[in-house]
Design a protein around this ligand. Structure first.
Ligand code: PLP
Length: 384
């Protein structure tokens, strides 16, 4: 029985990643930039990893910059853009991860434009086109899938609009990679990814940078990563990340398969069993592993605690903001009241979750609900 429903926060190391990491840590630990034969072997493996990653995206190997994860990648895109296009406006959607929103705010300052989303949390393409037509917008940053709701963004349409208006596009694909097919992403100028979201080690990730941005530079102080990012490459973690991605992609089902079915059955059952429950983004395309549900009463922190006591790991929203901030900016942008946002919990299953795991989680939620309400819980409406 798998009771871990916080996979959008992080995932455990998958067996393939663990084996690759251990082998590399034992046998290929030398610095890939040192002038020895042993180091040359590590360097060759590093380049092989780069090719493997690029092949998954249909991108050239030179476009891959290994780094410490998506927060670094997102920050570096805005910092680079600020250097090469100091006068251009930069647009982000209102539901981006804080590593995009905060860095764009600090780096791009008054040139930052926040684009609205609809009630389902998808970018308002009409607003985007209007802003592009007005002129001056040089970069648009849109996540592929939202970490809190799982809602998929119209990144293909956004990319087409950016091309039409000659703006560059950055896609934060952190939640998409390993859960959805990668086709088409590599058309963007910049893509960020993070190993620990798909069964790889933590603290390792990558940025794909399109060829026309050959001057791209992240952190400085060395010539590693073809002079795009300084610092000794963490080859064992890179090897683990590539093994994890290979494994995930080998088992990926284009329509989400059993994962989606288990989630959808769970949502249908809870709709019948718990009065007033609602699911954010239920009517639009979402990641197959994610369900964001708003309960009729009680703060989400209490639900999280009580489920935790029963062995289920769920979250109030994004892990980064848990308990530290006000209600979710993602739900607020979708028009949720702050009371609704405070009653919302995020459930995100691991890819191997079975329908039975969702059923067990549903049982626990229904029991907790009935403990408070008895069998009348479904009919009773309590105002907050
Ligand atoms: N972008 C999105 C959409 C995320 O969900 C996360 C992590 O939750 C990040 C960026 C940051 O990733 P990392 O932990 O690799 O810095």
């Amino acid at each position: 029985m798998n009771r871990y429903f916080d996979a959008n926060a992080t995932t455990p190391l998958c067996p393939e990643a663990r084996a690759a990491w251990l082998e590399a840590a034992d046998e290929f630990w030398q610095n890939p930039s040192s002038p020895t034969r042993a180091s040359a072997r590590v360097h060759a493996r590093l380049e092989q990893a780069r090719e493997q990653l690029a092949a998954h995206f249909g991108a050239p190997a030179e476009s891959v910059v290994f780094n410490s994860g998506a927060t670094e990648g997102n920050r570096d895109v805005f910092a680079y853009w600020n250097r090469v296009e100091p006068g251009g406006a930069v647009a982000v959607s209102a539901v981006e991860h804080p590593s995009v929103l905060e860095n764009a705010r600090v780096i791009s300052g008054g040139r930052l434009v926040k684009l609205p989303v609809d009630a389902d949390g998808r970018l308002d393409l009409v607003a985007l086109e209007q802003r592009l037509t007005d002129g001056g917008l040089s970069l648009v940053s849109l996540m592929a899938a939202n970490n809190e709701t799982g809602v998929l963004q119209p990144w293909r349409e956004c990319l087409a609009l950016c091309r039409k208006h000659r703006a560059a596009m950055h896609i934060d694909a952190t939640q998409w990679i390993g859960k959805m097919p990668l086709g088409g992403l590599a058309q963007a100028d910049f893509i960020t990814g993070s190993g620990h979201k798909f069964g790889g080690p933590k603290g390792v990730g990558f940025l794909l940078v399109a060829g026309e941005h050959s001057g791209f530079q992240g952190q400085r102080g060395g010539e590693q990563e073809n002079a795009h990012r300084a610092g000794t490459e963490n080859y064992p973690s890179i090897a683990g990340m590539i093994a994890a991605l290979d494994a995930r992609i080998a088992h990926l089902s284009a329509d989400g398969g059993a994962l989606r079915l288990g989630r959808d059955q769970f949502e249908a059952r809870l709709t019948d069993a718990i009065g007033g429950v609602r699911f954010w983004g239920r009517l639009v395309d979402r990641l197959p592993n994610t369900s964001s549900l708003c309960l009729r009463e009680q703060e989400n922190t209490r639900w999280v605690r009580r489920l935790d006591q029963r062995g289920f790991a769920v979250s109030t929203g994004s892990a980064c903001s848990t308990g530290k901030e006000g209600p979710s900016h993602v739900l607020a942008a979708m028009g949720a009241s702050s009371a609704e946002a405070r009653r919302t919990i995020r459930l995100s299953a691991l890819p191997e979750a079975k329908a039975g795991d969702w059923t067990a989680l549903g049982d626990a939620l229904i029991e907790l609900w009935q403990d408070r309400h008895g069998d009348q819980g479904n009919a009773q409406v309590i105002q907050i």
